[in-house]
Write a protein that binds this ligand. Structure first.
Ligand code: HEM
Ligand code: HEM
Length: 158
């Protein structure tokens, strides 16, 4: 079992806790719902890393094959959930800027913008690796995902 299942679970709990404990819950403002949707879709896609790592490390061949088959089945969904996450975050960021105005002196906003840039990079390398799979692109898609994980974590706890 990959340690990433645990890390993803911790991020999920922190994310849900932050949103639920918001003073206005459940009548949250629209930008928070969009931020939550984007973060959940990211987590769904990122769990692919945990599954891939488990496939690489599991000693039982039967389990390996079963997991690989399951993973193949969800890959078509993967590209669309990734794109919808980007669309949700575009709406989230636009609503935030519309409401509060833009400033890089707000740490939450600054880290949000960095996460947005990383997300655009992630989606781009995803499409590139679909049509032209190279080792370099594979690592870019994987490591940007990791950077994105930490930026989103930071964005939520700030
Ligand atoms: C991958 C990118 C992003 C994700 C996953 C994300 C996710 C979230 C989530 C789930 C929340 C609600 C929870 C909380 O208050 O901490 C939130 C709040 C917030 N986000 Fe983002 N966000 C992203 C990008 C951005 C961008 C680009 C901006 C700014 C331009 C931004 C600015 C903010 C601000 C200011 C809040 C606080 C809103 C409030 O409390 O009224 N975020 N974000
Ligand atoms: C939130 C956005 C996304 C995240 C977090 C994400 C994450 C991941 C991860 C962790 C893997 C496994 C990496 C490995 O070990 O090689 C992967 C594989 C892949 N991703 Fe993404 N991805 C995202 C969006 C996209 C998009 C938009 C596409 C567009 C086509 C895409 C295409 C692919 C492809 C083709 C694979 C290889 C799948 C396979 O071999 O079964 N990804 N992604």
């Amino acid at each position: 079992m990959s340690k990433w299942f645990l890390f993803n679970f911790i991020l999920l709990i922190i994310l849900l806790w932050t949103v639920i404990s918001h003073f206005s819950f459940p009548n949250l403002q629209t930008h928070i719902w969009f931020g939550l949707a984007g973060a959940l879709l990211f987590l769904y896609n990122w769990t692919r890393n945990a599954v891939f790592e488990t496939i690489r490390n599991v000693p039982n061949r039967k389990t390996k094959v079963r997991l690989a088959r399951l993973s193949k089945r969800v890959v078509t969904v993967h590209r669309w959930t990734g794109n919808i996450a980007l669309a949700a975050i575009l709406v989230h960021g636009s609503l935030v800027v519309y409401q509060y105005g833009f400033t890089i002196y707000n740490n939450k906003m600054l880290v949000g913008v960095l996460a947005f840039v990383a997300l655009v990079f992630q989606i781009t390398t995803g499409w590139l690796r679909l049509y032209k799979p190279t080792i370099k692109l594979r690592y870019f898609h994987l490591y940007t995902g990791m950077i994105l994980f930490f930026l989103i974590f930071l964005h939520i706890i700030l």
